[in-house]
Design a protein around this ligand. Sequence first.
Ligand code: GLU
Length: 488
Amino acid sequence: MSNEIRLRYAPSPTGHLHIGGARTALFNYLLARRLGGKFIVRIEDTDQTRNVENAAEKQMENLKWLGVEWDEGVDIGGPYAPYRQMDRLDIYRRYIDQLLAEGKAYYCWATKEELDAEREEQLARGETPRIAEKHRHVTPEQKAVYEQEGRVPSVHFLVPDDREYVVNDLIRGEVRFESNGMGDFVICRPDGIPTYNFAVVIDDYLMKISHVIRGEEHLSNTPRQLMIYEAFGWEPPQFAHLALILNQDGKKMSKRDESIIQFIEQYRDLGFLAEAIVNFLVLLGWSPGGDAGEEEIFSKEDLIKLFSLERVSKSPAVFDAAKMNWMNNHYLKEQPLDFIVELCLPHLQKAGFIENDPSREEYERVREIVALYQEQMSYCAQIVPLAALFFLDEVVYDEEAKGILREPQVPEVLAAFKRHLEEAPEYNVESIKASLKNVQKETGHKGKALFMPVRVAVTGQEHGRDLDKTLYLIGREQVLNRLARVLS
Ligand code: GLU
């Protein structure tokens, strides 16, 4: 085996890029970069019943958006092409034939229904289901009958007896599996398409993969894969299985769990930033240790220097949505305003607050509104509720707001403010400031007694950003209308 460092991410195109998958891809990518090796994206699509159209393309697009770039893959080719398993069927066939010829695999003529029925019986007897040994041997007469019946065999791998297979996992240490009781397993279905456990070995070997980092759910597949490496006399890659990601209740995250946003695309649509997601994902299982012990903010470049499997935990990681928001807020704050405006625009358009093709002035106004909230947003879709008060005609007053507007000084304060605004030759932050000063002089009300009713009357809210600026951006006409409505 060469000493080349080659890692791969091998998604099955069964749906959107999930946070778990994105983490796996990221860890493989980071280790490849850290060790100066290659990172490959391969598509494992031999379970055709589960394939979803365009899922592979979409997953790759989202990986690219995250900044996880690959050196070889379906879209860009490479020295070990093709990188999509369904394009490699003739390659697998050769190796299946080899195992058949060497007696390490055999044709099984049982139908799917027969195997399912067997499985049911085993379960009913309280046994762990496995393929019965009786299928290993078929007399030539039986075979002739089956062929006459039009049966097409599948290929099973013959699992050796009395063996122990040891996975030397780079994260979990030695994990031992007994071969007895495992049962033979299907490596090629009757339609000639190999199963995952077979194709993955052929590809990892032929593509010279040095390290396989993947989710813990694949740990139990690994002994079967080790058997196939052994059958061919190949040296397996090094394995590293990542612990689960749990939800906030400490339960295994299911894809239907609605307490967590699970797909990268959803984060992207909500206006999360790729850098923040990468930073968040890497901390789901990895920690920097050493000098960077307490540090939590890492750029991709930092991570390429720091990442190592020694610092990946074997205990499950807990997905903390509040931390994801915090992390994204951290990165949002650092971005140039115009970039954030571009991310906010589609949300404001979708909400019907602004035209699809805003005028220069409208754009400028949006820019100033976004500037008010850049510090405070966790993700850009939040601009819609935050900025609604600038775009909607109707202000809704809750009980607390109504209580404030019933205070005795309110009519006098609002009427005076309205008058000063109407009389001001111009409408801008300075004139608004001056008007408020004048109201104070005129009525003697100041501080909270003055500002709170104005804020609540115009925005419906007790808290918010800088009052003068807010009033300015709402616009003179709207402000006067709202004051008039409260006064009437
Ligand atoms: N295709 C498998 C999956 O999507 C990955 C298997 C592997 O990495 O070996 O879960």
